[in-house]
Design a protein around this ligand. Sequence first.
Ligand SMILES: [Zn+2]
Length: 557
Amino acid sequence: MKRHSVDRILVGRTITLDGTGRIAQAVAVQDDRIVAVGSEADILDLKGAETRVFRTDGTIIPGFNDAHAHMDTEGLRDRFPSLGHVRSIADVLARIAELARATPPGEWVVTMPVGDAPFYFGGPIVLQERRMPTRAELDRAAPDHPVCILPPSGYWSLVPCYTALNSRALKLNGLDCSSTSPVEGVELERDAAGELTGIIVEHNYPDSAQIALLPAVPRFSARDRREGIVRSVRTYHAMGTTSVYEGHGCAPEVISAYRDLQQARELTMRMHLVVSPTWTTLDDAQLMMRDWLSYARGAGLGDAMLRIGGIFVSYGGEPTAAAAAMANPADLGWSCYVKQANTPAEFERLCMLAAEHDLRIHTIAIDKLHEILPIFERVHAAHGIASRRWIVEHMSYAAMGDLARLKALGIGVTLIPDYHVWKVGTRFFPLSETERALVAPAAQLDSLGVPVACGTDNSPCNPLATMRAMRTRRERTTGEVLGGNGRTSAELALRAMTQNGAWFSFEEHVKGRIAPGYFADFAVLSGCPLTTPGDALDSLSCLATMVGGRFVHGGET
Ligand SMILES: [Zn+2]
């Protein structure tokens, strides 16, 4: 006998992550929530005349929660034309000439970087000449246009990253042989006669060259950012991602773009945005924390689609890059956040102020956890932060004893295993085998009971690549395993990329499980992520994605 009919039924192997290890055969959805999970027969008993049934041979999992996503960057990659599959300076010049012919004289020709997307590893290393085109060469290809070949963000790629400009572009930016870079780590290349070649070499990870030296090069407008987010959301949904946590902070322009989309009812990704502050002094910081950041206190303000809470405060940072960024804070480049530089003393003061104002701190540790911990312990002694879910982002290596200290502080950690293990794993080869296993230490944090979630960092945005890095710990250039004892189980890799992110946005009671009362947020993968070998995870694809009971990728509509 039928109880009552439901809106939708999904039939397929279902990994519930409900804490019991249960694999179910079907799920029933009413409005935006899961109402029942169980056997196919039991769930189909809830079918009525209006119920839509989706059957899959794939595996249904809780939607991916990208816990360090930089999602907005994804759509910006399509804002300027690609140079394509270039293999010589002549290829680059032919493409520039083609773009110039399609552009009115005097207007900018701006392109994506030299190299192969999405990583652009080595930049001009893909060209026969193994160098960037000079301004003289670009002048010949586009004599009537200013030209700028943009650098990639160092996070997608590896530094150094290269920009190339022609003579008109240099002139419009006021650059000549007497110019110097105001930012450490950004170099204006010169020829033997001391003239600028038009090539700028960036050694900083957050890109600074455009911000510090190239005010005349077209920027991303508010519209570019809004439209870029729409493209980003589509791409992340196609990967099975249903929730995103932006712990690196979002600048006011980026938060505003998300709000526009939500007000237009176009936002289909569940977003938690952390505020990237624009203060320049500690006095400013105190005022901002007390006044306009009030909405970001505690768990933040918003709803299940868009919530804004917490602040990002950097530990360290390049002061000259931060000064250049703060000269025009709206100029974000590829980043969604405002660059900062804080000394340890400034960082501690900002943490104390944040604790006083109930603003939870997000900071990037990389390999500096041992320096940050004593500061957090002093803040905890003064204000008690253990229930406030402060977050350490992007951790690379930390000693086991330091990981254990996180537990008492109630701190959660986000990791980027695809970056620290797969992409730049060679950096950690000099460590001992025991220490190597503590690079991106998801398994150790989980066993200590420290909340740990993983993100893609948009480098690029495939959660399955992140899970592969967690499971195999294979470095990309040598295929060597980086600290085999740090490998995670298949279950933990899945949990760290789905369920665990919910704690970071105070939503563990509604996200990350396939259980009654939870949001109907699912990814349907082409194979089972628990039984597919780690090395083969990338070969899976996402067949369908559902957010709040609606398909946002694949599936039936
Ligand atoms: Zn980041």
